[in-house]
Design a protein around this ligand. Structure first.
Ligand code: NAG
Ligand code: NAG
Ligand code: NAG
Ligand code: NAG
Ligand code: NAG
Ligand code: NAG
Ligand code: NAG
Ligand code: NAG
Ligand code: NAG
Length: 798
């Protein structure tokens, strides 16, 4: 959601339009109610406010009518639907309309209540890595940091801990996790909120985090559906319509919708639609995306909530599948009531909207004694509820597990009781006064609790996805704690880019960062001040260790090969325990196992124009054509044989691992590769998450991983698949499995089994409109990264 403004992003809080103007007029020109219903999904209604001619892609195809949710996914949804339908049957149209809109209230979003029937307002809050703007809440690592752990168990525990904080504060709906943006644009301002640009890794995180949040009793809201891949022109502005993300059908399925499937599969009760347009139709009124892909193909049972102020029409959005508008009545409220009375929105649709909002409430059993909102919003004073529990321990663990060691020569790390450390750079310590800005909107602290570059250590980044730390353990604080234990000394300079040399230092740590925020994209993946600082220290310090906190990719070619730079860590956005996570790695109490969740290029231009910059266009009807298709990040580097600085999936350890005995075969359940059907069985009903057969394990890969070094450590074994056609119409290889193996003691080996589902091996067939197992040879690799491949096998599907 959006709480920020910038020159490129200036949608007024409430944008009113006279009834019957723009797309609504066209919708309502037909006569009968039935015709009106379909007209609302007509291609014309699919457009945004502009009606200009469309250069590349056509308009998004209408998908009509909106499929009512029915709970047929499983017994738990069926039960929830039973309760929701009974309640909706008692509601007047007025009351149904009331719960489909936002009202002022204590939370960032509050639905209308129905006092007559005891239906409370549902409380919505940001964000994906911690409750934003509140006191006595934790600041968890950001999504991209969690992804870098490549650890499903940590992802799940992250979701559980987050969920328990939301629950404790009486928040019904958590606005996360994030898989949109996926991370197509290297400089994208929000890539750090999401779980990496690889759909499989992101999907694993989306599923595990959703499960964790919902097990705590809180409704998860995977967002932003769909294709919100850049910040520039993401919204309507006086300059014109929002950017139109124009993506082919196969890419939409295999990259962008893919990770959402995992969250849906785990029962996600809500989905947030995005600001921008897709094929010229605003995402919150795009019936192909909402009615078609989300509610029909993926069987979504819950409700679609608009991104804040993201609704762009009344009747058209209702009939396209939007169920709830936030944060106010938007184009609904009394207008929706009228539209139901005059038949342009059907009774079935408004009942479905209300049912879809109440079903997840029952699904999560929130009707029974849910805690009341304990939200601090500057309007009232109260003793805040402390929901932090013992989450600091988990935060420290994830902070360390998601930190990636990319260079370590001559055993610079781990430290062996150094006596004299130098600490340099603005990122080593805390910002002088991060609370200087009050956020009048969320009521909490600091409009933007991220730190700008040069303004202190970066533990979260900017905008609604940022967290509000209860405290921040800076790297400097944690280093002081360690050095005092060893009776050593420290010298530091947080300001200069040419700090004083100390010839007796055992090592010099240089802390730099790369900031990003919602509402604007980055202009560079590097900055000169930081590069100069690193080079100046390295010019006299023979053991220079660089630590980068970054909200996404940070290129390092200005200095990474310097002989005096003997260690480098990508420390991500680790959350409140930042310093402790880091010292645990520096001093070898934790052996690094984090892996890069993106490609670090040698030069920014290597990403290619499509993937580097977002479109900054003054066109009133701007387009962003995803002409690269499936080939983003490492798929692009592999396809064009571009050597990266550090490839996707790369990361070092203090020990070494050997891989042996790799094999891949059709799973025992399926017996035989020749009787694997090409398509899932049409006679089987779709459930939430898609066709159930997509989730069946059809093949297994195995290998043995052994610790061949001298210290305990865990390896991230990765499985990559090249489908038949790889290198032609498909990526050379794509991540389709990962297992964190260990920790293993020196000499210890363990068998690793990767499960490959039908979805993992399928491509989206645009003609059949189904996931399809291709006939032919699948190449399968196990590796320590996307380029460090340690075993290869084949799977013949015939
Ligand atoms: C957008 O247009 C492309 C090309 O016509 C089509 O393949 C795709 O399915 C459309 N997607 C949406 C969401 O309308
Ligand atoms: C609609 O919701 C508002 C805000 O929660 C509440 O004050 C009002 O009574 C509700 N109206 C109806 C008809 O229930
Ligand atoms: C329930 O909805 C799903 C998704 O729209 C649909 O496929 C299914 O046929 C519906 N089931 C019933 C019993 O109506
Ligand atoms: C129905 O109500 C909607 C919402 O107020 C309005 O925009 C539209 O003009 C009405 N349509 C007709 C046919 O009266
Ligand atoms: C590593 O250590 C050896 C032996 O002390 C030294 O000769 C070499 O220059 C060092 N290499 C680097 C990259 O510092
Ligand atoms: C530090 O932050 C302040 C306020 O956010 C900003 O105005 C200033 O430019 C920042 N300093 C630097 C050096 O970026
Ligand atoms: C590396 O550090 C040493 C001091 O230990 C210095 O003499 C040397 O010039 C540095 N190397 C480079 C390439 O800057
Ligand atoms: C690999 O398999 C062979 C044959 O089954 C076996 O002898 C060997 O011990 C295995 N290697 C490892 C490292 O498990
Ligand atoms: C695999 O299945 C096919 C088709 O069902 C059958 O003809 C073939 O004999 C089976 N092969 C094996 C090795 O079981």
């Amino acid at each position: 959601m959006d709480l920020l403004k910038s020159a490129f992003d200036m949608l007024p809080r409430r944008r009113r339009r006279s009834p019957g103007s723009g797309s609504e007029q066209a919708v309502l020109s037909t006569k009968t109610a039935a015709a009106l219903l379909c007209a609302a999904c007509s291609p014309h209604a699919q457009t945004g406010s502009g009606g200009s001619e469309l250069p590349y892609y056509g308009r998004s195809p209408p998908f009509c009518p909106s499929p009512p949710g029915n709970g047929s996914t499983n017994a738990r949804w069926a039960l929830a639907y039973g309760h929701a339908r009974d309640l909706v049957a008692l509601m007047t149209v007025d009351e149904k309309v009331n719960i489909t809109r936002g009202w002022p209230g204590p939370c960032v979003g509050n639905t209308g209540e129905v006092p007559r029937l005891g239906i409370p307002a549902l409380c919505f809050a940001d964000g994906p890595s911690g409750i934003r703007g509140q006191e006595f809440v934790s600041a968890f690592p950001a999504g991209i940091h969690v992804a870098a752990t490549f650890d499903r168990d940590l992802m799940y525990r992250y979701g559980q801990a987050l969920g328990s904080e939301y629950y404790g504060k009486g928040i019904n709906v958590a606005l996360g996790p994030v898989a949109g943006p996926l991370g197509r644009v290297a400089r994208g301002g929000r890539n750090w909120e999401g779980l990496s640009n690889d759909p499989y890794l992101a999907g694993a995180g989306m599923g595990a985090i959703t499960r964790g949040i919902q097990e705590a009793g809180v409704i998860a809201t995977p967002k932003h559906w769909l294709l919100n891949e850049q910040e520039f022109r993401r919204r309507w502005t006086p300059m014109g319509d929002a950017i139109s993300a124009n993506v082919d059908d196969r890419t939409l399925h295999e990259l962008y919708a893919f990770p959402f499937m995992d969250a849906l599969r785990e029962g996600a009760g809500a989905v947030m639609c995005s600001y921008q347009r897709a094929n010229h139709s605003y995402a919150c009124q795009n019936s192909k995306l909402l009615n078609g892909i989300l509610k029909t193909e993926l069987g979504f049972e819950g409700f679609v909530v608009s991104d804040w102020d993201g609704q762009m029409s009344g009747v058209a959005s209702a009939n396209a599948g939007l169920d709830l508008v936030m944060p106010n009545a938007g184009f609904w409220g009394d207008s929706l009531l009228q539209a139901v009375h005059n038949g342009s929105v059907s009774d079935e649709r408004i009942s479905d909207m209300a049912t879809r909002i109440l079903a997840p409430w029952y699904y999560l059993r929130q009707e029974n004694a849910y805690p009341p909102p304990a939200i601090f919003n500057n309007l009232q004073q109260h003793f805040p509820v402390d929901v932090q529990g013992d989450h600091a321990k988990l935060i420290e663990e994830i902070g360390a597990a998601g930190t990636v060691l990319v260079k370590n020569v001559n055993n610079t790390l781990p430290f062996k009781k150094p006596k004299f450390l130098c600490v340099y750079g603005y990122d080593a310590t805390v910002k002088a006064n991060p609370w200087q800005n009050r956020d009048r909107y969320s009521g909490g602290y600091d409009e933007n609790f991220g730190w700008n570059t040069f303004n202190g250590t970066l533990v979260t980044a900017g905008g609604s996805g940022g967290s509000t730390p209860p405290y921040v353990v800076s790297p400097f604080q944690a280093l002081q704690e360690r050095v005092t234990k060893d009776r050593g000394i420290l010298r530091w300079d947080f300001y200069s880019d040419k700090p004083t040399p100390y010839v007796n230092a055992d090592a010099c740590l240089v802390f730099i960062n790369a900031y990003a925020s919602e509402s604007f994209d980055r202009t560079s993946l590097t900055d000169e001040f930081s590069d100069r600082l690193v080079l100046n220290v390295a010019s006299w310090c023979a053991k220079t260790i660089v630590v980068i906190h970054s909200a996404g990719i940070r290129t390092v070619s200005a200095w990474i090969t310097h002989p005096n730079i003997t260690a480098t860590l990508f420390a991500g956005l680790p959350g409140q325990e930042s310093g402790h996570s880091l010292t645990s790695l520096l001093y070898g109490e934790t052996n690094p196992s984090g892996r890069l969740p993106y490609t670090v290029a040698l030069a920014e231009a290597d990403y290619g124009a499509n993937l580097l910059n977002s479109t900054v266009s003054f066109d009133p009807n701007p387009d962003q054509d995803f002409t690269e298709g499936l080939f983003i990040d490492y798929r692009h580097f592999d396809r064009h044989q571009i050597t990266p600085q550090f490839e996707f999936g790369f990361g070092l350890s203090y020990t070494t691992f050997a891989y042996a005995n790799f094999s891949v075969s059709v799973s025992a359940v399926q017996h035989n590769a020749t009787n694997l059907a090409e398509f899932p069985d049409d006679n089987v009903r779709v459930v939430q998450g898609g066709h159930p057969a997509l989730w069946e394990v059809v093949a297994l890969a195995r290998c043995v991983v052994a610790n061949t070094g001298e210290v305990d450590g865990a390896e991230i074994a990765q499985l990559y698949v090249g489908v038949p056609g790889a290198g032609v119409d498909s990526p050379v290889r794509q991540l389709r499995g990962f297992v964190k193996v260990g920790p293993l003691v020196p000499g210890q080996g363990r068998e690793v089994v990767f499960e490959l589902t039908r979805r993992d091996l399928s491509v989206w067939d645009v003609v059949a409109q189904k996931w399809r197992l291709r006939r032919g040879v699948y190449r399968v690799w196990v590796g320590a990264s996307s380029r460090d491949l340690r075993g290869e096998g084949e799977l013949v599907v015939g």
